[in-house]
Design a protein around this ligand. Structure first.
Ligand SMILES: Nc1ncnc2c1ncn2[C@@H]1O[C@H](COP(=O)(O)OP(=O)(O)OP(=O)(O)O)[C@@H](O)[C@H]1O
Ligand SMILES: [Mg+2]
Length: 253
C-alpha cells in the first residue's frame, strides 16, 4: 500500500477539463472525482466566511481516499460539494467524468441517486424502522420497484455488511458499530460508484471501528468502488490509498 499526500499542485486541466485531448480523456476515465478551483463562501453570518479557498483534488477510481484536517476546516463542506449536496461559490466538480456543477437540480438529483452513496455523520437512521426497513427506504428512493424485491435486496445488503442476524432490530437495539453498518448498507443501495462517508468510525469502540474500516476498504477493493472518507481517526490511515489534508480552506501536502 502506498500512502501519499495530495499536494496543492495545479490540476493538469488548468480549468480545461472538458477539452478532449487523448491525455485528458484517459485521465478523466481513471478519475472518480475531480475538483478544480473549488471555493465556498458562507454568507449566513455577519460577514461572508470563505471556508474553501481554491481546492484542486483528484481521486482515482477504486481508491480509498481520506480527507483529514482540524475541526471547522471545511471537510464536511467539501464532502457535501463533491457529492453534489452543496453548490460551491466557484469552481468545478466532475464525478465519473461528468461535470456536476453544471447540472440542473433535477439532473443532479438523478445523477446522485445513481452514482453516490452517503454515510452521514451520526448515522441518520429512521428510529422507528428496523435495520431492513431503513435499507428498504433507501432502495425505494433509488427507484427499486416492488416490496418483495426491496426486501430481498435489503437482506442481501445487510448480509454483505455482516448484519444477517440483526435485520429486524430497531436502531435503538443495535450497537454503534451495527448502526454504522446499517448506514453503510443503506449507502450501498443502488450500487453507486462512489461512497462518501463523514466520520464513519467516530464514537465507535476499537473492535467496531476496525470492522467498519475493513468493510469500507473491501467495498473499494472487491467491487471497484471509490470510497472518500472524512475522518479524524488515525486508525483509518492504514486502510487508505491516499490522504488529503485540509487546513485554512486549502489543501496542504
Ligand atoms: N451553513 C453554514 N453557514 C455558515 N457557516 C457554516 C455553515 N456550515 C458550516 N459553516 C462553517 O464553516 C466551517 C467549516 O464547517 P465544516 O462543517 O465543513 O467543518 P468540518 O471540517 O467538517 O468540521 P468538523 O471536523 O468539526 O466536523 C465552520 O467554521 C462552520 O462553522
Ligand atoms: Mg464535519
Amino acid at each position: 500500500m502506498t500512502l501519499s499526500q495530495t499536494r496543492p499542485t495545479q490540476s493538469i486541466f488548468n480549468g480545461s477539463y472538458a477539452a478532449s485531448t487523448p491525455l485528458i480523456s484517459s485521465f478523466r476515465n481513471s478519475m472518480a472525482v475531480v475538483a478544480s478551483g473549488v471555493e465556498m463562501v458562507y454568507d449566513s453570518g455577519a460577514e461572508p466566511y470563505a471556508v474553501l479557498r481554491g481546492i484542486d483534488l483528484e481521486i482515482q477510481k477504486g481508491d480509498v481516499q481520506l480527507l483529514m484536517g482540524p475541526s471547522g476546516s471545511g471537510k464536511t463542506t467539501l464532502l457535501s460539494i463533491l457529492g453534489g449536496i452543496l453548490t460551491p461559490t466557484a469552481g468545478k466538480v466532475f464525478l465519473m467524468g461528468q461535470e456536476i456543477t453544471g447540472m440542473t437540480r433535477n439532473q443532479l438529483a438523478k445523477f446522485r441517486l445513481k452514482n453516490v452513496g452517503f454515510i452521514f455523520q451520526g448515522f441518520n437512521l429512521f428510529p422507528a424502522l428496523t435495520a431492513a426497513e431503513n435499507v428498504e427506504v433507501a432502495l425505494k428512493v433509488k427507484g427499486l420497484r416492488g416490496l418483495q424485491a426491496r426486501r430481498q435486496v435489503a437482506i442481501e445488503l445487510l448480509e454483505q455488511v455482516g448484519l444477517a442476524d440483526r435485520m429486524h432490530h430497531l436502531p435503538k437495539d443495535l450497537s454503534g458499530g451495527q448502526k454504522q453498518r446499517v448506514a453503510i448498507a443503506r449507502a450501498l443501495a443502488g450500487d453507486p460508484h462512489i461512497i462518501m462517508a463523514d466520520e464513519p468510525t467516530a464514537s465507535l469502540d476499537s473492535q467496531s471501528g476496525h470492522a467498519v474500516i475493513e468493510l469500507l476498504r473491501q467495498l473499494a477493493k472487491n467491487a471497484g468502488r471509490t470510497v472518500l472518507i472524512v475522518t479524524h481517526d488515525p486508525r483509518l490511515v492504514d486502510a487508505a490509498d491516499r490522504i488529503t489534508y485540509l487546513e485554512d480552506g486549502m489543501i496542504h501536502g
